[in-house]
Design a protein around this ligand. Sequence first.
Ligand SMILES: [Zn+2]
Length: 481
Amino acid sequence: MLIYMLNYIFYIYMERGNVLHQIKNIFLFCISLFFVACRTSPDIDRKMGEYAKQKIEYKMGVNKNVALNQFLKSVGDKLVDEIPKRQFDYKFQIVDQNVANAFSIPGGYVYMSTGIIALTNNENELAGIMSHEIMHVSLRHGTKQFKRSIIPGILKLPGKAVGVISPKAGSIVNLPITGTSALYLTHYSRKNEYQADEKGIMLCHNAGYNPHGLPNLLIRLEAINNDQNGLKMPSFISTHPSTPKRIELGRSIANKFVNQKLTNSADAKYLMKLDGMILENNPHQGILVRNEFIHPIINLYLKFPLNWETKNSNTSLISQDKKNNSLLILLAHSFGKLEDVAREDIDKMNKKMGTQAEESDIPGDYKARIAVYNNFKISLGVMYFQIDKVVYKLVGSEAGLEHFHRSCKTLRKLTKKDLALIKIRKLKIVLAKSGQSIADISKAHKNTWSIKKTAIMNGVRIQTKFPKGHPIKLSVWESYK
Ligand SMILES: [Zn+2]
């Protein structure tokens, strides 16, 4: 509250505007900054969270599965209702990330990756991992770490305008593009982790869940992490202390409430809610089929050079030939009309380059404007085109721009043939027939996980013969309809 008062005074002085008052303004502004940096009001958590949330969701992409999001919210709401003297409004989101990961940021933002949701076998386990993250927020474990990295950023907002490649999935946001990776990889102290486990397990119990959910899930998390050892992606395990000790401690805390481990963990009713969850190739981000970029949501086709390394992310598509220092980048530029946006951007570029671009138009499904700068060792080309209300930009940096021009010419709407190329990897829940093994079920349903991984994901032994109706999680490729 004090901060707001000081800022209010600051604005009053601003309006009067004489020199003495301006000096006072600066002084008061510095004081308010000092308070922002030192005070630990929950308002700070909220401000930091709001800022980091935008960056994270922009970078990673949030999953739009309505039913699944509603379900996650219902579990989260049950848990946060049990927080004594709750200070924050909690928001729960699913991030499109194959790796089993869960994290939270100050102010009440809790994230579960599709990878960790796929690992859960029942609601108790989901509640277990969610309550751990909820407690990091509630106990404000991240507040100190975040202060150092976020506060300078808050003062700089609003940032430079950049867009996402999936404007229908998210919204085009105004954000500085740099410096996000460290935000959601905060390592908490061991003490904080054990505290989040302990209080989280209590929270689960108070909300009516079996408190053994978290230790049960940790066993599977450890196993899957060991199985994917080659993977260097940050995961829940890599940002948390040794799991065996946490399992042991978690178990002893849970035992105080309920002395029952829940050995047969697969809950068919729960797992059916996860059926169809996208594990890879979410169409909202557009899909790369070798060198062809197919975006079914915005109806866009673009072809990239065959032997270049092409990667698609939530924010842009980058194709590069590292040997020759050549590069193509596709990104959403801004809202607006093609003519206006291109004019403004080209004029800006002309000034920066100190020369006029060669401009041309190309007809087609999507009319496009091309601007080329040729009088350099590495030429620069930009193609602007509009789909719905968004103007996209394909930028090429390359000697001669041969590949850039070739890609520009491939711009068009999708055909049925293109759509048929799209394959999406989904979680599939199958009910076993009496006596079936993982190998039997995998073969029958074209499971893409190895037998070993399927056993770990399901929390069963490889040799298990299932009773009739036992739910099994598999991963399958499906065509996009
Ligand atoms: Zn933690």
